[in-house]
Design a protein around this ligand. Structure first.
Ligand code: 5RP
Length: 236
């Protein structure tokens, strides 16, 4: 018999635990990158509390309009993108991570901004529940951000690479396609397994109109993964 999937409440508890552990990595005065998704939202909420209590003074940039709105509402001082801006620490979730800390991200559609901030960060810390750590990437469909005009050719090209691409529907209005914060389309590409993520990433980078893919390689420095109610640090 297959092991049963953890209950959603248990997963949410794990996400909260990981977020609380990540808050201890934040030092006064840091410039932070804020991730996107339910785990990152827990972190932003705890960070907002610490800022409100005067425990921490930080400045931050968010990886999505949703995270930015949450941070603004909680009174976290926000920085807009500008030349020279770097982040001491970015805290973000992931859809899958392997023991070498290679990631699949973009389940929340924010892969492009997430990769931009990860790249501008001295330290990318991933926070994740117990379902995210996998021996090999690829069970989770790989998110792609695609310029609308290029969609048919991008679909052909990723199919040639062995993926099964599906245009992501909008969650609230499934007749319409989902759009990224940039107004681009989101495609979920089913590979089932990605034994050589570097090779797939290199191939995807050659496809015109494919703005970004959700493979994050060599970017994460550590992950806090909750397993059996314990926070475990994973380093590559
Ligand atoms: C958003 C992401 C998220 O980090 C990823 O989807 C994980 O989300 P959650 O914390 O809700 O499980 O990459 O683009």
């Amino acid at each position: 018999m297959l092991p049963s999937a953890p209950h959603p409440n248990q997963l949410d508890q794990e996400k909260k635990l990981a977020a609380a552990a990540a808050l201890r990595w934040v030092q006064d005065g840091m410039v932070l990158g804020l991730g996107t998704g339910s785990t990152a939202a827990h972190f932003i909420s705890l960070l907002g509390e610490a800022v409100r209590n005067g425990q921490l003074r930080v400045q931050a940039t968010a990886t999505s309009q949703a995270s930015e709105a949450q941070a603004r509402e909680l009174g976290i001082p926000l920085l807009q993108p500008r030349r020279g801006l770097r982040f001491d620490l970015t805290i973000d979730g992931a859809d899958e991570l392997d023991p070498q800390l290679r990631l699949i991200k973009g389940g929340g559609g924010a892969l492009l901004r997430e990769k931009v901030l990860a790249n501008a960060s001295d330290y990318l810390l991933i926070i994740a529940d117990s379902t995210k750590l996998v021996p090999q990437l690829g069970q989770f469909p790989l998110p792609l951000e695609v310029v609308p005009f290029a969609l048919p050719w991008v679909l052909d090209a990723v199919a040639e690479l062995g993926g099964a691409p599906v245009l992501r529907p909008d969650r609230r209005n499934p007749q319409e396609p989902a759009r990224s914060d940039q107004g681009n389309l989101l495609v979920d590409c089913h590979f089932n397994q990605i034994p050589d993520p570097a090779q797939v990433a290199a191939q995807l980078k050659t496809i015109p109109g494919l703005v970004e893919h959700g493979l994050f390689l060599g970017l994460a420095r550590a992950a806090l993964v909750v397993q059996s109610e314990q926070v475990m640090a994973v380093r590559p």
